[in-house]
Ligand binder design. Sequence first.
Ligand SMILES: Nc1ncnc2c1ncn2[C@@H]1O[C@H](COP(=O)(O)OP(=O)(O)OP(=O)(O)O)[C@@H](O)[C@H]1O
Ligand SMILES: [Mg+2]
Length: 255
Amino acid sequence: MPAPDLVTAELTLTGRLTTASNATFLGGIGDAAVVYKPIAGEQPLWDFPDGCLAHREVAAYLVSEALGWNIVPRTWLRDGPFGEGMVQLWQETDPEQAAVDLVAADDVPDTGWKQVLEGQDERGRIVALIHEDTPALRRMAVFDVLVNNADRKGDHVLPMPGGHRYGVDHGLTFHGEHKLRTVLWGWIGEELSAEELDGIDRLAGALQGKLGDQLAELLTGEELAALAARCTRLRRTGRFPGPTGGMPAVPWPLF
Ligand SMILES: Nc1ncnc2c1ncn2[C@@H]1O[C@H](COP(=O)(O)OP(=O)(O)OP(=O)(O)O)[C@@H](O)[C@H]1O
Ligand SMILES: [Mg+2]
């Protein structure tokens, strides 16, 4: 749980993220810089009719904590200038780094990166969508499978100075039906590591206890059952899944 002052101390707005399709603000609580997404500013979505984005963002944070991988920055619900919403600690990224990138097809590095797809840009050049091949990003891909993330764009991976990677924007998660849309497809069919399997076990165990009760306040019963089923399935196959179903496998735009 956040320290009490992050819940009750005044939240002041300092700006608005102009790219955002929903109302997304930058703010401050004392010294802490935060993102604030009021529930009242959410656009209704035909494909996610249940619940609200803010609750799913908090649910994603709780799952990240149960996995023990610190993927989602601290996220919680609180009141703000536009009413109840989700608040998340702002992270200062390293502008020199990119975990996901679009490069000319000839420039794909030989090692350390995975290529997801190739296509033509608006000027007809062949470009490749690539992402890093690192334990931190693999864990994020496992997290996305578990929370059924329908919106892992390149810009939703924050490259941090020391090599850590945070994931943000988890409003389109936990649907009862398969919705995985991501740019992190570089490990299809590869075996999960012992560390990754341990994380899934921790999550599955936590769902039987307090985490299950917390998530029941944020998600529907169907969504909660689907989360447990994804844990079981991924543990059983022990491998990164590939795209399935008729939905596009990558989000659009990619970044
Ligand atoms: N906690 C954070 N720390 C640092 N940067 C963040 C954080 N949350 C979001 N951002 C940055 O702000 C951008 C927009 O935030 P986010 O994607 O969560 O908002 P959104 O309302 O869903 O926007 P969009 O509709 O454009 O996806 C992110 O792509 C990311 O670059
Ligand atoms: Mg976004």
